[in-house]
Every structure is written in structure tokens, then in C-alpha cells.
Ligand binder design. Structure first.
Ligand code: LMR
Length: 335
């Protein structure tokens, strides 16, 4: 519809903005892919001191993009300046995952997320919505939640939309149908190699209506093995080919996550988001766990009542156990 009254700009923070994902993400945000073509934006980009010069260059490119929606850009290494008045925070910054010790990764990121949580707590809008992308995303989000107690629990989320989109693609390739016609896969749990992509409730629009993926793919074996491992190992496969982590697919998934959260999921469709568990599906409260959700007017709701078979139950519990372990490691360095 024709918009004659311009919306107020939203302040969007991107941490780690000088990195690969940041470089892919900021033009998407400025171009309207995250918040819609009628939503003006003020972008706050934060990175650490050694990346200050790179960040300056990214800012120059953003300005040269002459984006009509972009009403202001701040590029800074000052966390307080970055967090001031933030409505939406996309947390890409963190100590990067390397080969080897995942404990070390958690340790290093706990410090970073504790500090950034305090800055958001004190300087961001009190209804700020947060998406954590940096690995280990679910546990980083949990630390952020702990140290930003005045931000509502439901406003702190982690990214599993990348895994969700990867699962849609696997089914689309297997059935040779368009990815846009595949719906309602579920990503349970953690963004890790334990992630459980579940196609038990997924459907394909075959023109004459929706058909369950389980009916279209007669080969249970593929859905119970390769489909799952392909999604679990996709990040590593991309690193092997590109010699760098996935970047624009991550950025695109972050846009999908925020857009659906804020503007709503289409009727009859759910998506996957890492959210604070309320005990749904027997998952312990106190974890940031990925569930199927529908969204409306900036609020998500976990899809209830889906039938969970034994195979799924086992995988959902295994990934919950991994998250409990990550949580224990994270807390052990807080005290
Ligand atoms: C991905 O899923 O592509 C990344 O999380 C992989 C990584 O470890 O950087």
C-alpha cells in the first residue's frame, strides 16, 4: 500500500561489523531486507580497536551505497556509544571458533557477552530485541540474558534460521522442487553439530495443495541419516570450500529471523528460533533452545502439540544435554 507518513527510524546495532558476516549483512539491512522497504534505519556498527580502520572503510561503502532508508551510520569501537538507544541488536562479534577446544571458545566469549550485555542493559532501548549469531550462539545468548536482566527474556534470541534454511534446501534438492515451496521443517536445539533438523512435519506445496515431505520422500533412510548430517556438517563443508565460514547465507538468515519476528510469519508457516525455553516439549527451562515458532507483531510463540516420535525425542534430548554442558562450562567461569 502507498505509504505517505514516514516511519520513525529504528536504531540497529551490528557488533563485529567489520567481519565477513558484517560486510554481507550491513548492506542488506540498509537496503531494507531485514525490516522492510518502508522502515528507515540508523545503523550502529561496533568492532574492536584492531578493526577500527576496516570499519571506517565499511562505513564509507555504506554511505556510497546511497541507501534511501539509511538515515545515519555510526562506526565505533566504543561499546557505550554503539549501544545507545538501540532497538535491534545483531550480535556478530565474538571470539571465533577454531579447531579444537570448545571450552576455550565458551570461556573467551563469556567475557565478551557479559560486557556487551551490561552495555545493552544500560544504554539500549528497554524493549530492545536481540539476535545472537556469534558461536556458540545459544550459550552466548544465555550469558547475554543473564547480564541484561531488564531486557525481557523473550527479547533475547539466537540464530538457527541458517540451519532451517539449509534444511529447506536439502529437501528442495532431494525432491527437485523450488525451495520456496518447502515449509515447516524444524530446527531443534543448538547451532552446533548436534543440531537436529526434523522433517517430520514439513510439507511441500505441489500446486494442488500441501503434501507431507514424509510422503514425498519414500526413502526414510535418507531423511533419518544424510538429511540430518548434511545440515549438521554444512558449516564445515563451506569452510572447507571457501576457506572461510559461511557469510552471506548467515547474513541472509539473520535478516529472515528479524524480519519474521518483527513483521510476522506468513499464515500456516513456522520458522525456527533459539529462544528461552519455557519447558515446552520437555526441554528444561533455563536454556536457549531452538523451537518451531510463529511470530506476530514482534512476539514469537512456540508451536505446540506436534507429535514427537522416539527417534526425534532422542535427538532433541541429546542436543539439550549438549546445551546443559555448555551452560555449565559458561557458569563455571563466572564464579
Ligand atoms: C556455520 O554454520 O556456517 C558456522 O557457524 C560455522 C562456523 O563454525 O563458523
Amino acid at each position: 500500500s502507498f505509504v505517505d507518513v514516514e516511519k520513525d527510524p529504528l536504531v540497529v546495532l551490528v557488533t563485529g561489523a567489520a567481519g565477513q558476516v558484517g560486510y554481507a549483512l550491513v548492506p542488506m539491512i540498509a537496503g531494507g531486507s531485514m525490516l522492510g522497504p518502508d522502515q528507515p534505519i540508523i545503523l550502529h556498527m561496533l568492532d574492536i580497536e584492531p578493526a577500527a580502520e576496516i570499519l571506517k572503510g565499511v562505513k564509507m561503502e555504506l554511505l556510497d551505497g546511497a541507501f534511501p532508508l539509511l538515515k545515519g551510520v555510526i562506526a565505533t569501537t566504543n561499546v557505550i556509544e554503539a549501544c545507545k538507544g538501540v532497538d535491534i541488536a545483531i550480535m556478530l562479534g565474538g571470539f571465533p571458533r577454531r579447531k579444537g577446544d570448545s571450552k576455550d571458545l565458551i570461556f573467551r566469549n563469556v567475557g565478551i557477552y557479559k560486557a556487551q550485555a551490561s552495555a545493552l542493559e544500560q544504554h539500549a532501548d528497554s524493549n530492545c530485541k536481540v539476535l545472537v549469531v556469534a558461536n556458540p550462539a545459544n550459550t552466548n545468548a544465555l550469558i547475554l540474558k543473564e547480564f541484561a536482566p531488564s531486557i525481557p527474556d523473550e527479547n533475547i534470541t539466537s540464530l538457527t534460521r541458517l540451519d532451517h534454511n539449509r534444511a529447506l534446501n536439502q529437501i528442495s534438492e532431494n525432491l527437485n522442487v523450488h525451495v520456496g515451496d518447502v515449509k515447516n521443517v524444524i530446527i531443534w536445539g543448538n547451532h552446533s553439530s548436534y543440531v537436529y533438523p526434523d522433517a517430520n512435519h514439513a510439507t511441500v506445496d505441489i500446486g494442488a495443495g500441501l503434501k507431507p515431505v514424509r510422503e514425498l520422500i519414500a526413502d526414510d533412510q535418507w531423511l533419518n541419516t544424510e538429511f540430518i548430517t548434511n545440515v549438521q556438517q554444512r558449516g564445515q563443508a563451506i569452510i572447507k570450500s571457501r576457506r572461510l565460514s559461511s557469510a552471506f547465507s548467515t547474513a541472509s538468515a539473520a535478516c529472515d529471523h528479524m524480519r519474521d519476528w518483527i513483521l510476522g510469519t506468513p499464515k500456516g508457516t513456522w520458522v525456527s528460533m533459539g529462544v528461552y525455553s519455557d519447558g515446552s516439549y520437555g526441554i528444561q527451562p533455563g536454556l536457549i533452545y531452538s523451537f518451531p515458532v510463529t511470530c506476530e507483531k514482534g512476539e514469537w510463540l512456540i508451536v505446540q502439540g506436534l507429535k514427537i516420535d522416539e527417534f526425534a525425542r532422542e535427538k532433541m534430548d541429546a542436543v539439550a544435554k549438549e546445551l546443559m554442558e555448555e551452560k555449565a562450562v559458561a557458569y563455571s567461569c563466572l564464579h
